[in-house]
Design a protein around this ligand. Structure first.
Ligand code: 5AD
Ligand code: SF4
Length: 349
């Protein structure tokens, strides 16, 4: 197995059966699993040292026009409490975050028609006026190429749009027929072509997913070369069609994060909230598998419980400063620290 890990580390692509062998061996053999994770963290250390980038996550709207089968914010979930932050609320989150030292803000929300291009352009302009030198990341789903361009021109420089499933038939099993795999991929291509630092990714353990599907995800990302890669674990939400399925496997999630790191040495890979929801030291486990970004939630405390993509997400009532100092302390236990620069994607060496 060591040869396969070496092969990946030297930027050679594995054959599908080699990927399969590596993943299944890591699932059952602690030595191989640890070796893979060690390789992944060594690559991070070579490229980024022991600094972990932070991004202030602002969940701006829990309204969504889509109906993804896995997500608690889906339109047909009548039990969800919907909210939408106003521009002043979003701006004051950024200002507070800026004062606490954050230099990237992620505006994330469901696909909410209230966030028109005009409104977002204004908002992006205001954020840059009050918080110069920050990076603004958007995570607002599928929009037109024109919209992506307008928002980029206004000063948003990064966009997260997970592809969710590279495999077309899996994609259609976890989304209603109205949503199209083709459109998803063309949105990602148009983000890349516009010049965004672009994030892709998927959940581990979504119902119907096999290891072969995960290999398809790795190969799609190899083809498109995203700058950011978000890999979370599926957690069932009771008010969704997938509510009675079991959660994805944490170990498999860490294996895929580590493989993604070997394949993308320069990428920005977050230790996702889903990992932290599954286990108290989830962020640290993610970092020890090759992640190098953490996205502390800075959404106003009153709104947080209502952004329930899946249950069990921590909604602490702590201030931004105490969240960051808590994170610093946690990172210190494994020898890492916060790197408070913007952390743009750059090709290194
Ligand atoms: N469990 C884990 N992650 C989820 N997401 C949506 N629903 C769930 C769930 N039940 C992820 C999707 C989406 C992002 C906003 O959250 O990958 O892109
Ligand atoms: Fe909406 Fe995103 Fe949830 Fe799908 S995953 S329902 S697009 S918020």
């Amino acid at each position: 197995m060591k040869q396969l890990i070496e092969k990946l580390s030297s930027k050679q692509l594995l054959e599908s059966d080699e990927f399969n062998q590596l993943i299944t061996t890591c699932l059952k053999c602690d030595n191989t699993f640890n070796h893979l994770r060690n390789k992944a963290t060594l690559i991070v250390q070579e490229q980024f040292g022991f600094g972990i980038y932070t991004r202030g996550l602002i969940e701006i709207s829990s309204y969504c026009r889509n109906n993804c089968y896995y997500c608690g914010l889906r339109r047909d979930n009548r039990n969800a409490t919907r909210y939408r932050l106003n521009d002043d609320e979003i701006l004051s989150c950024c200002i507070d975050g800026y004062q606490a030292g954050l230099r990237t803000f992620v505006l994330q929300g469901g696909e909410d028609a209230a966030f028109t291009d005009n409104r977002l352009v204004d908002l992006i302009t205001q954020i840059h006026r009050h918080c110069p030198d920050v990076a603004i990341t958007l995570s607002l789903g599928e929009r037109s190429a024109e919209s992506y361009q307008l928002l980029y021109n206004a000063g948003a420089s990064r966009y997260l749009l997970r592809h969710e499933a590279a495999n077309v038939s899996l994609y259609s099993q976890i989304h209603p027929s109205k949503m199209s795999h083709d459109n998803r991929i063309s949105c990602i291509k148009s983000l890349l072509a516009t010049g965004y630092q672009t994030g892709m990714g998927m959940m581990i353990g979504v119902p119907g997913q096999t290891i072969a599907h995960l290999i398809d995800d790795l190969l799609l990302m190899e083809q498109l070369q995203p700058h950011m890669i978000g890999i979370g674990t599926f957690i069932p939400h009771p008010d969704t069609p997938f509510g009675t399925h079991s959660a994805g496997d944490l170990r498999l999630s860490l294996i895929i994060i580590a493989i993604a790191r070997l394949m993308h040495p320069y990428a920005l890979i977050p230790a996702t909230t889903a990992l932290a929801t599954l286990t108290p030291d989830g962020y640290l486990q993610g970092i020890l598998s090759g992640a190098n970004v953490v996205m502390p939630n800075i959404t106003p405390n009153v709104a947080r419980p209502h952004y329930e993509i899946y249950p069990g997400k921590e909604h602490s009532q702590s201030t931004i400063t105490s969240t960051l100092s808590n994170l610093s302390q946690q990172l210190a236990t494994i020898g890492y620290h916060i790197n408070s620069s913007r952390g743009d994607y750059k090709k290194r060496n």
